[in-house]
Structure formats: C-alpha cells, structure tokens
Write a new protein. Structure first.
Length: 245
C-alpha cells in the first residue's frame, strides 16, 4: 500500500490550527521569525502531542511584515545561522519531540535552488542536528545534497502550488502560482502520489517523488480541503502516515 505524510505550517496565526491538527501527520511550527512566538510554539507543540502529530521546526527570515515570503540577498553562513537559531528555539520548547525541520517561504525557495546556500545549511544540519528529518523540495539540489551527506530527507510536494518545467515552484508573484480550486488540488496530489507525475504550468508532465504533501494553513478553506483530501486518499488506497513511522 502506498503511504504519504501530510504536513502543514502551523503556529502562524491562521486561526484554525486546532481544526487542522487532527487531519495531518506532521506540523511545521513557526519559530518566531516570520510568525509565532514562545506562547504559540508551546501551544502548538502541546496540540501536536495530543493528536500524535510529528513536530518540526519551520525556520524563515525575520520578517513579520512580509510573512517571510520576500527573497533577499543572504550569505551561506547567515542562511545556516538562521536555520540553526530557530531549530534551537523550538527545541527549547519541544525537546525530544522535535523530529524534523522544514524551511519557510523565501528562505525555502532560495536554499532549494542555490547550491551554495544548500551546502552551508546541510553542512550545519549534518554536524549539529543529524537525527532531524529534512523536509525538502522534491528533486531539488538541497534534497540531493542532504541525502549525500547522510541526512534523512522527506521529498516534499505541494497541494496548492503550481510547478515550473524544471520542478521548481512557480514564484508567488507570477500568475497561476497558487491553485485555489479544490478539485484541482486533489487531482494534483493524487497524480504526484499515485503516478509520480505533476503537470507543470506549461503543460508538460514531469516526474516527481512525493513522500510528504504540504497543506498550507493559510490556503482558503484549508480545513475542508484537508478533510476532503484525507477521504480521497483513503478511497485511492493510500495510507496517511507520518514520514518517520
């Protein structure tokens, strides 16, 4: 039986974390940079434990105003420092419950495509946090480098984002970057999980490895979509399980 992990970015003020938590298997928790604070970290970790959801750090740029979604020039050493600092902040709250790390927003996209940034982050993760699972964009240089360094990688795909023909996500500032139709989101997830294929925005089909699916908590109607996706996956004979299980 095929299986898939469902992850969601939580602790970001979307207002329905408690409704989403029972529907997912992994929670990426904002660490106070692009969103969140100590109180939300504590609350989200406690809620995840209640529902037996895997806890992960979700580091991004220090940028509440733009929700960490604005790219900026950054040195590789600084990118690694940002990631480590925020992992440590969540570890202070979650302790041994901390199981994975997934970068957020602009930092995620830049590290996914830039080998110098990816190498710096991977080097520090393998040195200081070798037991954490890394959630990384499927097929990206970041995912390949992390695997080569011996890190355990969950190749991530997105339910509500479109793809370019090179396997990268369509930038949010371009037309068609976000999928808003529920049917289209379900169809894309099933295609990636069942067939290992995603249709790029130019109409080409590209191969993709799907080990964890991201459901954005700030997507319109995120809760009803998560409920429907769980049902559609069950009908398709796909088990929803945490990646580390």
């Amino acid at each position: 039986m095929k299986r898939i992990d469902l992850n969601c970015d939580l602790g970001e003020g979307a207002g329905h974390d408690t409704e989403l938590m029972p529907l997912i298997t992994s929670a990426n928790i904002a660490c106070g940079a692009h969103a969140g604070n100590l109180e939300t970290m504590i609350e989200t970790v406690e809620c995840a434990a209640k529902h037996r959801v895997m806890v992960g750090a979700h580091p991004g740029y220090f940028d509440f105003e733009n929700f960490g979604r604005m790219e900026r020039a950054i040195a590789p050493s600084e990118a690694a420092r940002l990631v480590l600092m925020q992992i440590e902040q969540l570890f202070e709250v979650a302790g041994s419950k901390l199981r994975h790390v997934k970068l957020h927003g602009a930092l995620y996209n830049q590290v996914s495509r830039d080998p110098a940034l990816a190498d710096a982050v991977v080097a520090e993760l393998s040195r200081l946090w070798p037991d954490l699972i890394l959630y990384a964009l499927a097929g990206s240089p970041f995912a390949r480098m992390a695997s080569a360094r011996g890190l355990r990688v969950a190749e991530e795909v997105f339910a509500d984002r479109t793809y370019q023909s090179d396997g990268s996500l369509t930038p949010r500032n371009q037309p068609g970057a976000i999928i808003v139709e529920e049917d289209a989101m379900v169809e894309q997830v099933l295609s990636m999980v069942q067939r290992g294929v995603v249709r790029a925005i130019d109409g080409t089909d590209i191969p993709i490895t799907a080990e964890t699916v991201c459901l954005h908590g700030d997507t319109p109607r995120a809760v009803p979509f998560a409920e429907r996706l769980r049902k559609e996956l069950a009908v398709a004979g796909i088990a929803v399980k945490a990646f580390s299980a």
